[in-house]
Design a protein around this ligand. Structure first.
Ligand SMILES: Cc1cc2nc3c(=O)[nH]c(=O)nc-3n(C[C@H](O)[C@H](O)[C@H](O)COP(=O)(O)O)c2cc1C
Length: 357
């Protein structure tokens, strides 16, 4: 486990350790997408992580799918995020803002504009989502025109610029977990007949164009991407060609020399080993539900350069100290994951506070 606590280069930065906070939506932003008042405190509490990846943040109006998620495209968003980046930097941490376009994982009741969601194709995900009036079926989205797909690439690019203006160290493109980028990858969500649908090359095109556009805008060494090869969440089915698609996509992304690739692992170990070979740069690995005793194993084995953790970091602001000292961890309160106030957000005690209590 000791290798976890050694510095590592990520893009243009040197991080103090090889532990990353996985991106986690907390739905506590203001209605206009400006981060909530407690966001800076929440992230600063966790600044001893080598890298913080923020909650998914929409690059445009249409990118929002859930209630009260933050954005990064208006002046108010930039000013709001500035509080977080300043607070994290003051404690020596590093922060990448995750750019998340929800695509078809969106309900009109959740957004200020109440528009129909947009996606590669007009195919509903076949699932439900929380709205102000409770769980509701997600309606079919509207298919983006080819011109609109190109404009969406520019929305990502603009948001990346704004993230840098807000003081972020970089951005992570959310290409995982069944949201817009992955909707382009999966034939179950993408039935397009233009250059963004059909063949592996065409389905991968959107992800590559977004990454290339952002790298051009803010530098490849501040641009990263997260992928979840093979996920079956929310109507995503990448089919038998899935592994081949990822081998192609990762090899193409590798040419861009991005800051890192973040894999949200879904269980295909052979594909993961291939990705490790195809990707010459920094790899962050997230294994959902990883047991505490396994923390550090992937870095020790050389399968990953950093490991990311979600729920354990959510519940333990001093996760790094607790690991180093083999101290017990707070349990995450799932009922406070999304929305609400400081409860289950900024009130998880650090070790010293817990011992004093
Ligand atoms: C409350 C919550 C919100 C999440 N939101 C996001 C998100 O916005 N973007 C993302 O890529 N993953 C998101 N995830 C997935 C996590 O990044 C991570 O992959 C997952 O929790 C598994 O890791 P863990 O077992 O260490 O928590 C979320 C997970 C949780 C628990």
């Amino acid at each position: 486990m000791t290798r976890l606590f050694t510095p590592v280069h990520v893009g243009r930065y040197t991080l103090s350790n090889r532990l990353a906070m996985a991106p986690m939506t907390r739905s506590r932003a203001q209605f206009d997408g400006t981060p909530g008042a407690l966001a800076a405190e929440y992230y600063a509490q966790r600044a001893s992580m080598g890298l913080i990846v923020t909650e998914g943040t929409q690059p445009s109006d249409d990118g929002q799918g859930y209630l009260t998620t933050p954005g990064i495209y208006t002046d108010a968003h930039v000013a709001g995020w500035r509080a977080t980046t300043d607070a994290v930097h003051a404690k020596g941490g590093h922060v990448f803002i995750q750019l998340m376009h929800a695509g078809r994982m969106s309900h009109p009741a959740n957004t200020p504009h109440h528009r129909q969601g947009v996606a590669p194709s007009a195919v509903a995900p076949g699932t439900q989502m929380f709205t102000p009036t409770g769980l509701q079926d997600i309606p079919a989205p509207r298919a983006l025109t080819t011109e609109e797909v190109r404009r969406t690439v520019l929305d990502f690019r603009h948001a990346a610029r704004r993230a840098i203006e807000a003081g972020a160290d970089g951005v992570e493109i959310h290409g995982a977990n069944a949201y817009l980028v992955q909707q382009f990858l999966a034939p179950s969500a993408n039935t397009r007949t233009d250059e963004y649908g059909g063949s592996i090359e065409n389905r991968a095109r959107f992800a590559i164009e977004v990454a290339a556009a952002i790298a051009e805008e803010i530098g490849a060494d501040r641009t990263a991407i997260r992928l979840s090869p093979g996920t079956t969440m929310w109507g995503i089915d990448e089919g038998g060609e899935g592994p081949a698609l990822y081998r192609y996509l990762v090899a193409e992304l590798d040419k861009l020399k991005l800051a890192y690739l973040h894999v949200a692992h879904q269980g295909n170990e052979l594909l993961l080993a291939d990705i490790r070979k195809l990707w010459k740069g920094t790899l962050i690995l997230n294994r959902p539900g990883r047991a505490r005793g396994e923390i550090g194993a992937d870095v020790a084995a050389g399968l990953a350069d950093l490991e990311s953790y979600g729920q354990m970091v959510l519940a333990n602001p001093d996760f790094v100290t607790r690991l180093k000292t083999n101290a017990p961890m707070n349990e995450a309160n799932r009922t406070a994951f999304f929305g609400g106030n400081e409860r289950g957000y900024t009130d998880y005690p650090a070790l010293s506070e817990a011992q004093e209590a």
